[in-house]
Design a binder for this molecule. Sequence first.
Ligand SMILES: Nc1nc2c(c(=O)[nH]1)N[C@H]1C(S)=C(S)[C@@H](COP(=O)(O)O)O[C@H]1N2
Ligand SMILES: [Mo]
Length: 222
Amino acid sequence: MDEKEPRLVGRIKEKLVESKQKWAREGRLLTGETADPAADRLPPGQRLVQNWPVLDLGIKPKVALESWRLTVDGLVENPLSWGWADFQAQPQVRSVSDIHCVTAWSRYDNKWEGVSARHLLALAEPLPEARHIIFHAHDGYTTNLPLKAFDEEGVLLAAKWEGQPLAAEHGGPVRVVVPKLYFWKSAKWVKRIEFAPEDRKGFWEVRGYHNGADPWKEERYG
Ligand SMILES: Nc1nc2c(c(=O)[nH]1)N[C@H]1C(S)=C(S)[C@@H](COP(=O)(O)O)O[C@H]1N2
Ligand SMILES: [Mo]
């Protein structure tokens, strides 16, 4: 949890979190298979859905555009602090990718629009000691990535989905999208991107989810 927002802790759906932790301990949904993303589109153990499920911890923060701010800090040459107008002034890219959630649903062909991770990296200029990223969100959620997993094609800070502003329940105004990993790595309502020298596990990672989260290797728990 983000220690700066202790008031959020008591609002989390503890039962939901408990049941997910139990799944992780029991290895629920694991098939033991691996797959080749070049040959198969659906990773092992996943099923395709047409709708878009909403998953959260029981907290759906409402973030007004006027007060929206994104901070990029830690081991970077140029820390960033963007208001909404600053975000809009960055080059906006489009990217189409598939979602794979650890709870076994996948959704194909999501059309995202926003600021690419590579653009952000070019502006912030991570220092050579920066190896890991921690995303912090408005609901107190955190998740972590190796820097090289952020520096990938298709990774973006998405503000639009299917041409429309990203709905609040899906993480609007802005969420992270990391298409190659299970969707819990894609922080909704992102407010801070921290560059760190060492790895620091996030909300689900400390509760039994795999640190790597590669759906093709079925890295659900670990
Ligand atoms: N801030 C925040 N981001 C989050 C979560 C969350 O609870 N809070 N849940 C994660 C999980 S487990 C999943 S599967 C996806 C769900 O995104 P969706 O509700 O848009 O489908 O968001 C991820 N990002
Ligand atoms: Mo998830």
